[in-house]
Design a protein. Structure first.
Ligand SMILES: Cc1cc2nc3c(=O)[nH]c(=O)nc-3n(C[C@H](O)[C@H](O)[C@H](O)COP(=O)(O)OP(=O)(O)OC[C@H]3O[C@@H](n4cnc5c(N)ncnc54)[C@H](O)[C@@H]3O)c2cc1C
Ligand SMILES: Cc1cc2nc3c(=O)[nH]c(=O)nc-3n(C[C@H](O)[C@H](O)[C@H](O)COP(=O)(O)OP(=O)(O)OC[C@H]3O[C@@H](n4cnc5c(N)ncnc54)[C@H](O)[C@@H]3O)c2cc1C
Lengths: 383, 248
């Protein structure tokens, strides 16, 4: 995208954030729902189509562009991002990256307009970090598969038109090689949804169990048409997703640090602005350094991802750093606000809870550390 | 019917303007600029008329520096069909703009010219009225409702103390007030499409208009800083104070 178009693009999202999304944050928190008028506006603006290629009606953003837009969007409570997140990221990218031409033609135009919402169903009660051990089975019966199992904490499941579902097609093959990725339309018989989960934060975002009871899908529903490649697809999707999550963290970091600085410059104690106390300055400075390092790492990793380099280690490092750093920034924001920071009336209390999730999903911090170290060791062994 | 919509690139409404140290004007260096909000309302109204099937083409015009092209792109992204940039780096006063618009209107023969009632940078509130005078066409300023019916347009105007309704024979000039509509955000796909919509580059000379300023700015200064108020213990003291100050 040329810079003029992109700037116009980002300015428009910025206005949406400042004029519509931020003013509706309390309503979203109180009703635990994104009001239809806001969801419609997000859809009309075309945000669902960020990562869908232009030839399928999307905006075809590069990772760098997507990250810049997501950063802008996430200056507002990150629950708004959750509405589009699975369709822009993990729910659709499997089809974008590995889908057949027919699969792309059927689904991508609908994702681009937001007519269809995609959800990503990998996690299970017994398989979280160890996703390769998942137990949901897909047994081949002639030209179709019979699927049974339970998926847990599935974001946007109640809103989804379609799931990217990971299931074991080769029950005898242990580990990740026996897993395939399916395109599962949400209206397929045999799917039931659990009660919405009660979460620590991100009110207005929905997750729940997805129970699969004798769900039958044609063999053509396997992404890419070839069984046994699902885990590879999932891992590719998660690489991209990790850059996306870092952009979420960065947007929230912008907001939290902005609020911290503003408060510190207004609040007076001991006859002066608390911003003039060096111990408060230390918190502001540490948060700024955290923010700048997320920004710098994100720029470089996204650019290298766009250039086609293999950056799994860097994606993990970025997601790990960004999610931990925004956690520290949120914690300092609460501290700078003092007693007010602990009160629901001030938004830092809410955002502190909201950003906690970023260290857990799409790979916990410990899993990112493991990936980084394993990549290092593997590279050293190969050298 | 064609609609002509002039749009101006102005200092963004969220920016707190700062006066240059030498008092010659407002400091625009590295300041965010965007479309004058009243012009956004004008573009929106034109698009709605097109969506209703009343208008067939929307032409956006901007008089200003090369960067005003961004403002025109915004209008195109919102839904205008094509754009004309009349490029100049000089200061252009409302009369010069009105003269350029008249020349363009003569060429384009729009049924309606919809302008913002004023631009938020100089707050002149003159261009629409001047254009009406120069073209000899009727004007409906401060519009809060616009209805086209055949070859006439009915404009509800926001005037002191209420609403006035006027019926104008088209071609006519309309200027928008704040409550006319709530402008849409350009959708991201439309921003992409705006790239390929035609944008013509012109200069004031192309229209034979002399834009030399007729006014001279003597000095620009910050508004006086507001004095701190006083707290009073009760209503009686308040009333006494008000009387003392001669406010009531
Ligand atoms: C709000 C929310 C939304 C979600 N949305 C989705 C979704 O849309 N789709 C989806 O598929 N999933 C989703 N998830 C699931 C999420 O990806 C998992 O919760 C996450 O991967 C962690 O798995 P787990 O909860 O089973 O924790 P566990 O894997 O049980 O981890 C517990 C702890 O053990 C640590 N641990 C585990 N293994 C190791 C190891 N090898 N070395 C070191 N430490 C280890 C972990 O780091 C963690 O601290 C969502 C979760 C939440 C909370
Ligand atoms: C749940 C809850 C229960 C409470 N219960 C009670 C109660 O029962 N009774 C009661 O009297 N109060 C109570 N409080 C108030 C509590 O004691 C104050 O919130 C606390 O002392 C902090 O004061 P503050 O909120 O005004 O923050 P501030 O004093 O405004 O502090 C804001 C930030 O500035 C920093 N700061 C301030 N001064 C300096 C300095 N000189 N140098 C460096 N940094 C500085 C602070 O460390 C903090 O990070 C309660 C508060 C909460 C949240």
């Amino acid at each position: 995208m040329d810079t003029e178009t992109f700037d116009l693009f980002r300015d428009t999202v910025r206005r949406l954030v400042d004029e519509r999304l931020i003013p509706a944050e309390d309503e979203v928190e109180e009703t635990d729902n994104i009001p239809a008028r806001i969801a419609d506006q997000i859809r009309e603006m075309g945000l669902f189509g960020l990562s869908v290629p232009e030839e399928f009606g999307g905006l075809g953003c590069t990772m760098s562009e997507e990250a810049a837009i997501i950063r802008e969007l996430c200056r507002a409570a990150i629950v708004y991002r959750s509405l589009i997140g699975t369709t822009v990221g993990i729910g659709s990218q499997g089809i974008v990256m590995d889908g057949t031409d027919e699969q792309k033609a059927e689904w991508l135009p609908k994702f681009a307009t937001g007519e269809a919402i995609a959800s990503f169903a990998l996690t299970e009660p017994e398989a979280g970090s160890d996703a390769g051990s998942l137990r949901t089975t897909a047994i081949r019966e002639g030209d179709s598969y019979r699927i049974n199992g339970t998926k847990r904490y599935i974001t946007n499941a109640p809103r989804a038109s379609v799931f990217t579902l990971m299931a074991r097609t080769e029950p005898d093959v242990k580990g990740s090689a026996g897993i395939s990725a399916f395109i599962l339309p949400a209206d397929t018989p045999g799917i039931t949804l659990g009660k919405p989960d009660k979460k620590m934060g991100q009110k207005g975002a929905v997750t729940c169990d997805v129970i699969l009871d004798d769900v039958v899908l044609p063999a053509s529903a396997i992404i890419g048409g070839v069984p046994g490649r699902g885990f590879k697809t999932a891992m590719k999707v998660l690489d991209r997703g990790r850059i996306h999550i870092a952009a979420v963290a960065l947007g929230m970091a912008d907001r939290l640090l902005g609020m911290s600085l503003e408060y510190a410059m207004e609040r007076k104690q001991f006859g002066q602005r608390i911003a003039d106390f060096q111990l408060v300055q230390a918190m502001l400075a540490d948060s700024k350094v955290d923010l700048l390092t997320i920004e710098a790492l994100m720029r470089s990793v996204a650019a290298r991802f766009d250039a086609g380099e293999k950056v799994s280690l860097e994606c993990s490092a970025l997601k790990y750093h960004a999610s931990e750093a925004v956690g520290r920034i949120a914690d300092r924001a609460v501290q700078i606000f003092g007693g007010a920071g602990y009160m629901a009336e001030y938004k830092v209390e809410r955002f502190y809870r909201d950003v906690r999730l970023l260290r857990i999903y799409e790979g916990t911090s410990q899993i990112q550390q493991t990936i980084i170290a394993k990549n290092m060791i593997r590279a050293a062994e190969a050298a | 019917m064609k609609i002509l919509v002039p749009v101006k690139r102005v200092i963004d409404y969220n920016v707190k303007p700062r006066v240059k140290a030498d008092g010659t004007g407002v400091d625009l260096a590295n300041v965010k600029m965007s479309m004058n909000p009243f012009d956004e309302i004008a573009v929106e109204e034109a698009i709605r008329l097109k969506e209703k099937g009343v208008a067939t083409e929307i032409v956006a015009v901007s008089v200003g520096p090369a960067k005003a092209q961004e403002t025109l792109r915004t209008a195109l992204a919102m839904g205008a069909d094509r754009a004309i940039l009349v490029q100049t780096d000089d200061e252009v006063e409302p009369l010069a703009v009105a003269k350029i618009l008249k020349a363009i209107a003569d060429e384009e023969t729009p049924g309606l010219v919809i302008l913002g009632k004023q631009a938020i940078d100089d707050d002149s509130n003159q261009t629409g009225q001047m254009l009406a005078a120069l073209t000899g066409r009727p004007q409906g300023t401060f519009a809060s409702e616009v209805t086209v019916d055949g070859d006439s347009v009915t404009v509800k105007r926001e005037v002191d103390g209420g609403l006035e309704t006027v019926k104008l024979t088209m071609p006519a000039i309309v200027t928008t007030d704040l409550r006319l509509n709530e402008p849409r955000y350009a959708s991201l796909p439309n921003i992409m499409k705006a790239k390929s919509k035609p944008l013509a580059n012109k200069t004031p000379a192309d229209y034979g208009v002399d834009i030399a300023p007729r006014l001279k700015t003597l000095k620009v200064s910050e508004p006086p800083v507001r004095q701190a108020g006083v707290k009073v213990p009760d209503v009686d003291t308040l009333v006494a104070k008000i009387k003392e100050l001669g406010i009531a």
